[in-house]
Ligand binder design. Structure first.
Ligand code: AMP
Length: 214
């Protein structure tokens, strides 16, 4: 099964993708994670995208489509792919359809995660992750453990994303509404869209996604 998790920044796509990876042996393909890894390792492409990402704007279609193409070619299909944060433009959506078709695969479902904008701002400004394993924390609802160690892996590197601040978030939300939200209509018209309420607890949203996937 190949699925897309579609939603604004802070909708919980990464958190839900991790649950699907654990439960269904699927492979998470997050273009945001790939771009952050390129920055950390200091590649030419990583340097090129750093400022754009920090401002909260989208990097070029060419770069992210290239990253996804590489991953699709190099990764065993396992229980299927979860596209997290990709596609974000109509050109990326068309390219994904073509890449999957070339490999003899298809897209099975697009899950739109609906969350209101005030909740997104609150979530993102409270968000941190484990720098070692990627476990996601929230200062209010799931605080970083008092002993300073990640509850998942025991790592001690609590990190906050450079673009998780109110200024970049405004730009990221605008990019979502201007460039990414048209994909809701695109996938609806293709008959692939299922919408879930992304506002509930992590477990409630996971259950709603399970229901939508059947
Ligand atoms: P994310 O981790 O998905 O929130 O992505 C973080 C940042 O990486 C975004 O604000 C963009 O600058 C960039 N990015 C990630 N995925 C894409 C994509 N599919 N298209 C363009 N830019 C992306």
């Amino acid at each position: 099964m190949n699925i897309i998790l579609l939603g604004p920044p802070g909708a919980g796509k990464g958190t839900q993708a991790r649950i699907l990876v654990d439960e269904r042996d699927m492979v998470q393909l997050s273009t945001g994670d790939m771009l952050r890894a390129a920055r950390t390792s200091g590649t030419a492409m990583g340097k090129k995208v750093a400022d754009v990402m920090d401002r909260g704007e989208l990097v070029t279609d060419e770069i992210v489509i290239g990253l996804i193409r590489e991953q699709l070619e190099d990764t065993s299909h396992a229980g299927g792919f979860i596209f997290d944060g990709f596609p974000r433009t109509l050109a990326q959506a068309d390219a994904l359809g073509a890449l999957l078709a070339d490999m003899g695969h298809k897209l099975d479902c697009v899950i739109e995660m609906q969350v209101d904008d005030d909740a997104l701002v609150a979530r993102i400004t409270a968000r941190s992750t484990c720098g070692n394993c990627g476990e996601v924390y929230n200062d209010a609802t799931k605080p970083w453990p008092a002993d300073g160690k990640c509850s998942n892996c025991g790592g001690t590197d609590q990190t906050r994303r450079a673009d998780d601040n109110e200024e970049s978030l405004k730009t990221r939300l605008l990019a979502y509404y201007k460039q990414t939200s048209p994909l809701i209509g695109y996938y609806y018209a293709k008959g692939d869209l299922k919408s879930v309420d992304g506002l509930g607890s992590m477990e409630a949203v996971a259950a709603a996604i399970k229901g939508a996937l059947g």
